[in-house]
Write a protein that binds this ligand. Structure first.
Ligand code: C5P
Length: 220
């Protein structure tokens, strides 16, 4: 049995982007590296938690000492999170695609010589954070979401916390010039019942350790 303040606790962490297929060889994705989610999973494991790490196709390697559950699409991520429950806490750091292609082709799409381009139709993906936050039975005690904002960070993230129904939102300013998206540092504001608490800019690993400490306190 592990030691540490989170020994005996189970935490589900989502991380990375999702890939939404257009046809068998093409997909829609986003630029999430998975760096912050990976650091959070590592920090939770270092405090003794059993971590189910549900990751899309990230560009950083998953941490040691966690159970890695690899998925590609938002729908697969939703199913993997539900299968990993019950959990004491859930941290949703993944950059889940809001939409998937509704008319994805079963075969590779080909030019037909007409010069016309195909039209993609989209349909909304499940909102994993909102769905888990609003569970009636077996909801994790602590549900943490993220909010990447470019303006009015605290106001938008506070509204997002209410809309999604989660306990905490970790908000960050990803506007141009901050160097945060894809960078090694993050500047976050933790929004909870108690209000908004802005942390100094620090390495993503340090943000992860501080968040893991706070999660351990909340579950104690
Ligand atoms: O609504 P928005 O995408 O800005 O919310 C971000 C938060 O919601 C993140 O915690 C993200 O992981 C989560 N999310 C999710 N499923 C979605 C969309 C976002 O879990 N389909």
């Amino acid at each position: 049995l592990g030691a540490g303040p989170l020994a005996g606790r189970h935490v589900v962490v989502t991380s990375g982007p999702t890939h939404e297929p257009i046809d068998p060889v093409r997909y829609i994705a986003n630029r999430s590296s998975g760096a912050q989610g990976t650091a959070i999973a590592a920090a939770l494991a270092a405090l003794g938690a059993r971590v189910s790490f549900v990751t899309g196709p990230a560009s950083v390697a998953p941490p040691q000492g966690v159970e890695v559950l690899r998925v590609e699409t938002a729908q697969q991520m939703m199913a993997a999170v539900e299968a990993a429950l019950p959990a004491d806490a859930a941290v949703f750091a993944a950059a889940v695609a809001d939409w998937r292609v509704a008319n994805a082709a079963g075969r590779k799409m080909k030019k037909d010589g007409s010069g016309r381009a195909p039209a993609l139709e989209f349909t909304e993906n499940p909102d994993i954070l909102a769905r888990i936050s609003k569970m009636r039975d077996g909801r994790p005690k602590l549900v943490v979401g993220f909010a990447a904002e470019t303006d009015d960070v605290v106001a938008h993230a506070t509204a997002k916390r209410a809309r999604k129904g989660c306990d905490w939102i970790v908000a960050n300013d990803v506007s141009a010039g901050t160097g945060i998206m894809g960078g090694a540092e993050n500047a976050v504001t933790l929004i909870s019942d108690g209000g908004a608490e802005t942390w100094p800019r620090m390495a993503k690993d340090a943000v992860a350790r501080r968040l893991a400490d706070r999660i351990a306190e909340a579950l104690a």
